[in-house]
Design a protein around this ligand. Structure first.
Ligand SMILES: [Zn+2]
Ligand SMILES: [Zn+2]
Length: 250
């Protein structure tokens, strides 16, 4: 590292330190300043961890949802419906506290919460992601209208931070959203497939990848990641998923 670079990093650290003193980064659950332990600022306070626990096994071998029964390999949804993506992982249990926090991250400009969640996702899912070894991370794109009103894509914030931590490239020009997917809950199989069609478009540049990991905040029914996986499969590309949390689904 050159001296200039070192000076630049030290300066950035210094500025960050000053910002931290006057605007201490908030815990995404209770919004109070995140505690410092042994000189390191924690991502969340200890009591808040209990309100947003990390998902532990048994989890569904396909979608990563928490299973009630240790004997099962798949959840009910994945037993009844063949998803198009290969496998998906989520970091957190879907609790009320987490749901509220993610909603603030998405709709109340709390971008810093996304950074915390991305770090937590890397901690919780690093082993699985390393095993898959994806060529690229891709944030689920949002529509132009949503981008206009919200000003940012929450999934992109997570993908960028995860890419930085894990050293995996992030591609922002690969997948485009054409229409919004509707929840699949009340659709039969034929309609589900119809619903996924043409929701997303991928650019020809996608051929340089073999394994793609899709990143977003919440996995609900898997409709969105399946819609992207459907497009990627046309090019023989495997699609994986990484989410902050996974809802109850069906
Ligand atoms: Zn807290
Ligand atoms: Zn499942």
């Amino acid at each position: 590292m050159t001296k200039d670079n070192k000076d630049k990093i030290n300066f950035e650290k210094f500025i960050q330190g000053m910002v931290d003193v006057f605007y201490p980064p908030a815990c995404p659950i209770c919004k109070r300043p995140r505690p410092i332990v042994n000189g390191i600022r924690l991502n969340m306070c200890k009591p808040c961890r209990k309100k947003a626990p990390i998902l532990v096994e048994p989890i569904c071998f396909k979608c990563g949802k928490k299973l009630d029964n240790t004997e099962d390999e798949y959840c009910k949804d994945c037993r009844e419906y063949a998803h198009i993506y290969i496998r998906s992982f989520s970091a957190f249990e879907y609790t009320d506290s987490l749901r509220k926090s993610i909603s603030e991250f998405k709709y109340k400009n709390k971008k810093e919460f996304g950074i915390v969640y991305a770090r937590e996702m890397c901690n919780a899912l690093e082993a699985q992601i390393k095993l898959i070894n994806p060529d690229v991370l891709i944030a689920v794109p949002i529509s132009k209208e949503k981008m206009k009103t919200r000003g940012y894509n929450q999934a992109q914030i997570i993908a960028d931070e995860m890419g930085k931590i894990l050293g995996i490239p992030v591609d922002t020009e690969l997948v485009y959203r054409i229409k919004n997917t509707t929840p699949m809950k009340n659709l039969d199989k034929a309609n589900r497939i119809e619903n996924l069609k043409n929701a997303f478009q991928v650019t020809k540049n996608v051929v340089r990848y073999k394994k793609v990991m899709i990143v977003d905040d919440i996995y609900t029914t898997g409709a969105t990641i399946d819609a992207i996986a459907l497009e990627l499969r046309k090019f023989g590309i495997e699609c994986y998923g990484a989410f902050i949390s996974i809802g109850k689904g069906f």
